[in-house]
Design a protein around this ligand. Structure first.
Ligand code: GRF
Length: 195
């Protein structure tokens, strides 16, 4: 399966996905795209010989459809079977998402359906949750909705700050996303629960 990955920043999840697609893995990375030219993940992907693209969202201010048409033009060129969002920080409209229904994944740093949106770690701490984690789900037009393909849980520590909790969740993201992508690329959509 040809896999494209969208990022906005460091791309640590993208790198784990790329590095997992070796040997008998059913997936192969065909494109890493960022909405920011300064995303560290772009240089890292290029260093791995993977095709990269940058579609800066700023020239399209107020023209979401134009931005998404530019994204789709890059996808038309790379012709992926699966699209993975990995730390991609732009909201995508139904117009972009619908044609990718059933072929598009995202990782979100909370145990969905809890804490859709931003600042998930601070919100879990404020709520006094005993556990937190991350979710890989199929992307649908509703933000952070869609069928859950995998979740990983971490215990919240008394002295956790949003940063310490985020770091532990990110480490679990790096385990969860590659495991879910491997299953998904083989047609297995049964939820994976870690640990
Ligand atoms: C992290 O906050 C992660 O929880 C979320 O996207 C952010 C950046 O991840 N999925 P990455 O290092 O760019 O993959």
């Amino acid at each position: 399966k040809r896999v494209a990955i969208f990022i906005s920043g460091g791309g640590s999840n993208m790198l784990r996905l790329v590095d997992s697609m070796t040997g008998d893995h059913p997936g192969r990375p065909v494109l890493v795209l960022s909405n920011r030219a300064d995303a560290g993940g772009i240089a890292a992907a290029a260093a791995r010989g993977i095709a990269t693209a940058v579609v800066d969202h700023r020239p399209f201010k107020g023209d979401r459809a134009g931005f998404e048409a530019a994204l789709q033009a890059e996808l038309d060129r790379a012709a992926p079977d699966i699209l993975c969002l990995a730390g991609f920080m732009r909201v995508l409209t139904a117009g972009f998402v619908m044609p990718w229904a059933g072929r598009m994944l995202n990782i979100h740093p909370s145990l969905l359906p809890k804490y859709r949106g931003l600042d998930t770690h601070a919100r879990a701490l404020a709520a006094g949750d005993a556990e937190h984690g991350c979710t890989v789900h199929e992307v649908t037009p509703e933000l952070d909705e869609g069928p859950i393909l995998g979740q990983a849980r971490v215990a919240v520590a008394q002295d956790d700050t949003p940063d310490t909790l985020a770091a532990r969740v990110l480490a679990m993201e790096h385990q969860l996303y590659p495991a879910v992508l491997r299953r998904f690329a083989q047609g297995d959509r049964s939820p994976l629960l870690l640990p």
